[in-house]
Design a protein around this ligand. Structure first.
Ligand SMILES: [Zn+2]
Length: 218
């Protein structure tokens, strides 16, 4: 079966001074927990949304999907690695998704079924938050060169393998990008277990992988 909604992520928001408040409803500002280590807020925050004045508040169904994504994939991953998982993009309204160049028009991010993330060294949430801030402020290129020096790629591969091999973790679609992982989750019954590797940042297409091949990636 072909995956119809392959993601693409070549564009991140450009650096800009943050001034305005996110136009988020109280549900987000209250910082609702989706699982022990993940909040609704971090799944919805977006520099691009902020820059364009887009209210990125998810509908109720999307919140439930985000919860399933956290419980079925991200939380057990975080638990197994004992490392902070930094979310760079979770839920996207259609308005936000449209602002991102090369994003799929059927992106699972719009249903709250997908997240882009990477893993950092250290064990406290504050480190992850600092790292996330750095990522968002400086843009992906600055962050990726910095993290390469700190073993960013090795941690990414470690997380990728954990998702593939840990029996407590399930996924719908898993895509390895040069500097982050895209992972989606629908439900135990409907997860398709598609594994892909992005060429370039998705600009050059995607290669489908078997589970065995995916485990040999470095
Ligand atoms: Zn994605």
């Amino acid at each position: 079966m072909l995956m119809q909604n392959i993601e693409s992520h070549s564009t991140f928001s450009s650096p800009r001074q943050s001034s305005s408040e996110l136009g988020l409803c109280s549900r987000l500002t209250e910082n609702v927990s989706l699982s022990p280590h993940f909040t609704l807020r971090e799944m919805c925050e977006s520099k691009t949304a902020e820059e364009h004045g887009i209210d990125n508040t998810p509908p109720k169904e999307a919140v439930e999907n985000l919860r399933r994504l956290c419980e079925g994939c991200l939380e057990p991953l975080r638990e197994a690695l004992q490392l902070p998982v930094v979310i760079t993009s979770g839920f996207r309204t259609k308005a936000l998704n449209d602002k991102l160049a090369h994003s799929s028009s059927t992106s699972q991010h719009m249903r709250g079924e997908a997240a882009d993330m990477y893993v950092v060294q250290g064990s406290s949430t504050s480190e992850a938050t600092k790292s996330m801030t750095r990522f968002k402020v400086q843009g992906s290129n600055a962050a990726s060169s910095r993290f390469k020096v700190q073993g960013h790629r090795e941690l990414l591969i470690k997380a990728f393998r954990e998702i593939l091999t840990n029996p407590k973790i399930d996924f719908d679609q898993l895509i390895l990008y040069p500097t982050f992982i895209h992972v989606s989750y629908v439900s135990k019954e409907r997860n398709r277990h598609g594994i892909l590797k992005a060429r370039g940042n998705g600009k050059l297409g995607y290669g489908r992988l078997t589970r065995a091949d995916a485990l040999t990636l470095e």
